[in-house]
Ligand binder design. Structure first.
Ligand code: 1QQ
Length: 401
């Protein structure tokens, strides 16, 4: 009899191990996922100012969904992801979020692309108790309390995108150590949260590295001609021009500054981190530095597979936003796998997914991924420089502390 017990115990152990996840703990699912659908809704800036970043997030997400569904799905359930363009507009972003949560009844959302939209979308998702995973918003206070004035942490808002509060100081610190600049000028767009937050972070950081900020020059992204602002910066002859803006603005500023004969160093934030910006900047942007959440040549176990699959699917290299979008789907799939979803109780399933997200622990192209206690990322940071021909070279690798 004893032998029979041992054999049945071993068989059970093998079944559990086979269902286990690389996530934070095996599955204890009792519900069947077979034949079910996990509905996810992504809110991205496919058009508008954020259209420089959103399409790559979309492509990374779609690749991950295809891979997961083609390899059996999530415990047999298929992922159905919709991509929804908010045109980089905050009101539209909020409308889309409301529709996905209440009409489409998605289990979880991803996005939005811009921090400027997140200030409306994230509090909405929180109030409707729907998990939302930000994939590129890097402004201040996206987490833990989703831009709400209260100090109460948001339970349903997470992000897998490297915040500017890490990226900008890391970039400035490494350049100060390399080149010891003494003066800088800040060019900051004041009409979106990402850019203005970046300007605030620069202002708070430069003094730590003995960089004298000669002037902060504010502009609006919608202005057709930025050359008067660039002239003000160049005439001060700073060692560094800090650019906190996004989309096609950084390359415009770089081109104009070089045209006016300025030969100093550009330092920026997440807004630099895509080939589109590097390509637009061209030779004028060569050497411009930023800190990135991802680097093409990183040697994390799953990155090579990601890069190979992305190139095969889209015939081009991925960028930071593609890697973050791809990782986000993998993160949600791992959480869903362990959440014991019922597929009948949406509110309950949303909260189960939220709880399972707290313990995600998987390999991604960004590196080993776990959320911090404030639902943020803690990861290796790559200081990169534009190469003048639409790509980036690696300058420094800063391992997660
Ligand atoms: C933000 C960003 C921008 C670079 C768009 C992706 O990070 O708005 O938070």
């Amino acid at each position: 009899m004893k032998r029979l017990h041992l054999v049945s115990w071993l068989a059970a152990a093998l079944v559990v191990a086979a269902c286990g996840s690389t996530g934070g703990g095996g599955t204890s699912n009792t519900n069947s996922y077979s034949g079910k659908t996990i509905k996810l809704g992504a809110i991205l800036s496919i058009t508008g100012a954020g259209g420089v970043y959103g399409p790559q997030s979309r492509d990374g997400m779609n690749l991950a969904v295809k891979q997961i569904n083609n390899s059996g799905g999530v415990n047999g359930a298929q992922i159905a992801l919709t991509i929804n363009d908010d045109a980089s507009l905050q009101p539209q972003s909020a409308q889309v979020a409301q529709k996905l949560i209440q009409e489409e009844q998605d289990l979880a959302l991803l996005g939005p692309t811009l921090s400027n939209s997140a200030v409306a979308v994230h509090p909405l998702a929180e109030s409707l108790k729907t998990p939302i995973l930000a994939v590129s918003t890097t402004g201040i206070n996206i987490v833990p309390n989703c831009n709400a004035p209260s100090t109460v942490p948001c339970k349903y808002v997470f992000r897998d995108s490297l915040g500017e509060e890490t990226a900008i100081p890391d970039n400035i610190k490494s350049y100060a150590a390399d080149s010891h600049p003494s003066t800088g000028v800040l060019l900051v767009a004041q009409d979106d949260k990402f850019s203005s937050d970046g300007g605030t972070i620069v202002q708070k950081t430069v003094g730590q590295y003995n960089i004298n900020l000669l002037k902060t020059i504010k502009f609006n992204k919608a202005e057709a001609d930025l050359s008067p602002y660039v002239t003000q910066a160049v005439q001060l002859k700073p060692d560094v021009i800090f650019i906190t803006s996004l989309g096609n603005i950084p390359s415009k500023i770089m081109t104009e500054a070089r045209k006016q004969g300025w030969t100093g160093q550009f330092l920026g934030g997440n807004g630099f981190n895509t080939a589109t910006v590097s390509k637009a900047a061209g030779d004028a942007g060569k050497g411009a530095r930023s800190a990135s959440a991802w680097y093409l040549g990183n040697t994390f176990p799953s990155n090579q597979d990601f890069v190979t699959a992305y190139r095969a699917e889209y015939n081009k290299d991925p960028d930071q936003f593609a890697a973050q979008g791809y990782a986000a789907i993998k993160i949600l799939a791992d959480a869903a796998k362990r959440a014991n979803l019922t597929f009948t109780d949406l509110a309950g399933d949303r909260d189960k997914l939220r709880a399972a997200m707290e313990s995600v622990n998987i390999q991604t192209p960004l590196g080993p991924f776990q959320f911090t206690s404030t639902h943020d990322v803690k990861q290796t940071v790559w200081v990169i420089a534009m190469d003048g021909v639409g790509g980036f070279t690696l300058v420094h690798q800063i391992n997660a502390s």
